[in-house]
Design a protein around this ligand. Structure first.
Ligand SMILES: [Zn+2]
Length: 693
């Protein structure tokens, strides 16, 4: 028996649609399979680099895009499982493989022979007669190599590889530390006094969490967002709110083996050194060079336009909350564990919107039907559940996605909606396989179909009860589904530019844009139906939802911007001297004059966007940047007079959802919208136009 015959990871996957053979895969299969796949890609790269033929697009660029398919497949499965259904054994593999995988990546990018061929082609790119996509792929690969240090020589080259390897270890540890703090915490509620103020849906979720964790005769609040946020919103017990809030914001900031402060500190210092090797003054300069924004100045300009009105609005919101507390005879300063609580009271008083009255209209199953229906009306695709297809957990649903007109299979969609202890927190889209058509000549296949996953962390309803979403949860569902469509509708030749392989300040456009359909009246009337009576959501409730849509936006915007500005400041430093990240964060918040009681979305010790990988380092601003695009982009439908206008939908599919990174972002947006984006629709939607600053 050899590795190739007994390890299911490296054998051909004969499952339907080539889905991973989840049931056969064991954690111990990964390390040997990774080694084999790494060796295979190195042989492929060696064959390209050492070819005696003159470099051509086909024998170099297309061949490189095709290389490493085995590794890509194994890596995708591994990181999907590590995020959605992890175990101590998988976590050990993750730690063990971080450095070798980073070393492999360095080995490719620092392979002088391959870069020489790419560089030669890049220099002659205008004369090669390339299609638009081919030219773009050549540019992308060339830039990947340059940004990964291909031009470095001597000791700088060695040091660069060391830095990347160490960063891979540290970012892995950062994420695991956050997960450890999240799994370690539980707030146990024993009696009616502890439960004061909590509506049924919060109690039901807390009851389920207690069952999951084997806690008898009690309710459990965890640090999962769908537990902690409702608890902070409804609990009458100020002392318990404070206790829960303190645990939530202290994730990653405990002395001992899971302390993320030294981890983040070392990551920041190494990134600064990495940027220095590229000749950049700061990591922010290095990171922003390859984005739609392009520079710190462009980002700052956007942040400045939003910061002052957002802060002014948050101050006014704070005054209103203070007044409300006072009117109830409570003379207190609104602290961070109070804001959501009093905001909910004020929201109910102003708009009569009670979360507990809204949620029955947003059962998860109906909302899933809603996203599928919107996708069908916009893009003519339908989702067919296939209970027989393999998955890694009984809660996961797998769908075939077909073009309605001719039943053509578009891809496979994996929907994993519930929180569990083995899953990381948050919501995300990921792929098991990316769409592409870059096959070897003579290959009969029409191309590689995408396998796309959406993960959410909704608190599962009690046994026999439906899972009811808050309006925010429903928005998250739509958001991730928008990313999912970006992967599913992708129609490009080369994997390098497939689906979400776009600059990170463009990648939230397809997702944030999709959120808009949830707020459409006709979508709500069709899909937001009471889980017991099937009655559509009443008009007056929709009207109140609309009226309340700008409520508390100062708070939300400031929290987001505070995290964004701390991210930019931390990565804009020009010295690799280690900093005390907690002190740094405090000083920045003081300098920004963040209104009391607001806080930030993510504090540095658990800011996974920045430190679990480099993907949003100096890049948390990207959500706002993309929001400029989605607010402006959605106006195209409004201007056309229908949220499902077929012409606008067709342009949206062609130039945004299907195009991946095959076009430059500004150009893709212009092709869709017919002009450059404007910031005004964003300010209007957040209620930040005409705020007295
Ligand atoms: Zn997103």
């Amino acid at each position: 028996m050899t590795l190739a015959t007994c390890n299911p990871l490296v054998q051909p996957w004969t499952t339907p649609h080539g889905l991973p053979p989840f049931a056969d895969v064991r954690p111990e299969h990964f390390a040997p399979a990774f080694s084999m796949a790494i060796a295979e890609q190195l042989r492929e790269i060696e064959a390209i680099a050492s070819s005696t033929e003159a470099p051509t697009f086909e024998n170099t660029v297309a061949a490189f895009d095709r290389s490493g398919r085995l590794l890509v497949r194994i890596r995708a499965l591994f990181y999907n499982l590590a995020a959605s259904e992890t175990s101590p054994a998988l976590q050990a593999v993750e730690r063990e493989m971080a450095a070798p995988l980073a070393a492999h990546s360095s080995a490719i990018y620092l392979d002088g022979g391959l870069f020489k061929r790419l560089d030669a082609l890049y220099e002659r790119r205008a004369t090669l007669g390339l299609t638009q996509e081919e030219a773009r792929v050549l540019e992308r690969f060339h830039l990947d190599f340059v940004r990964a240090g291909a031009r470095l020589v001597g000791p700088a080259r060695e040091r660069y590889a060391q830095i990347m390897s160490r960063l891979a270890e540290l970012t892995t540890r950062f994420g695991q530390n956050v997960l450890a703090d999240e799994s370690a915490f539980r707030l146990v509620l024993r009696d009616e006094r502890d439960l004061a103020g909590l509506p049924d849906f919060v109690r039901a979720a807390a009851c389920q969490a207690a069952v999951d964790r084997g806690v008898a005769d009690a309710f459990v609040i965890t640090l999962s967002r769908s537990h902690i946020v409702p608890f902070l919103t409804f609990s009458d017990r100020r002392d318990l709110r404070e206790q829960a809030w303190r645990a939530w914001v202290a994730r990653g900031e405990h002395d001992g083996e899971h302390d993320n402060r030294p981890v983040a500190q070392e990551i920041l210092a190494l990134r600064q050194e990495q940027a220095g090797l590229h000749g950049c003054e700061s990591y922010a300069d290095y990171a922003l060079a390859d984005t739609m924004a392009g520079s710190q100045a462009a980002v700052d300009s956007l942040l400045q336009q939003v910061w002052a009105p957002a802060k002014a609005r948050a101050e006014r919101e704070r005054e209103a909350l203070q007044a409300l507390a006072l009117s109830q005879g409570e003379s207190l300063q609104i602290e961070e564990w109070d804001w959501r609580y009093y905001a909910e009271k004020l929201r109910q008083a102003r708009y009569g919107l009670d979360e507990a009255a809204i949620k029955p209209y947003f059962p998860l199953e109906r909302m899933v039907e809603a996203v599928f229906d919107c996708a069908q009306r916009l893009f003519g695709i339908r989702f067919v559940v296939r209970a027989d297809l393999p998955a890694y957990h009984p809660d996961v649903k797998v769908y075939e996605v077909r073009q309605t007109a001719d039943e053509t299979l578009v891809g496979i969609f994996v929907h994993d909606n519930f929180a569990r202890p083995s899953k990381r927190s948050g919501a995300w889209m990921s792929v098991y396989r990316s769409q592409s058509r870059n096959m070897l000549a003579g290959s009969a296949d029409g191309g590689v179909l995408p396998v796309v996953a959406n993960n959410n962390n909704f608190a599962k309803g009690a046994p026999g009860e439906p899972t009811l979403l808050s309006f925010d949860d429903a928005r998250t569902l739509f958001h991730e589904f928008g990313h999912g469509l970006h992967g599913l509708l992708s129609s490009v030749t080369f994997e390098r530019v497939s689906g979400t392989q776009v600059p990170r300040d463009f990648v939230e456009l397809p997702s944030q844009l999709f959120e808009h359909w949830l707020s459409e009246r006709e979508v709500l009337k069709r899909h937001a139906r009471h889980y017991r009576t099937n009655e559509p959501i009443p008009d007056e409730l929709v009207a109140r939802l609309e009226a309340a849509s700008k409520f508390n936006q100062g708070y939300e915007t400031v929290r987001y911007l505070a995290s964004t500005r701390v991210d930019m400041a931390a990565h804009a430093q020009r010295s690799a001297e280690p900093i005390d990240i907690a002190a740094f964060e405090r000083a920045e918040l003081l300098r920004l004059e963040v209104p009391r009681g607001v806080g930030m979305n993510h504090r540095l010790p658990h800011f996974q966007h920045l430190f679990s990988s480099a993907s949003y380092a100096a890049g948390y601003y990207a959500y706002l940047w993309s929001e400029v695009l989605d607010a402006d982009g959605y106006d195209a439908f409004t201007e056309a007079g229908s949220p499902f206008d077929p012409d606008v939908a067709r342009r949206l599919r062609n130039f945004i959802y299907a195009a991946g990174g095959s076009r430059e972002s500004r150009e893709a947006y212009r092709a869709f919208r017919g002009r450059d984006p404007s910031v005004r629709p964003l300010l209007r939607e957040r209620g930040l136009l005409d705020v007295d600053a």
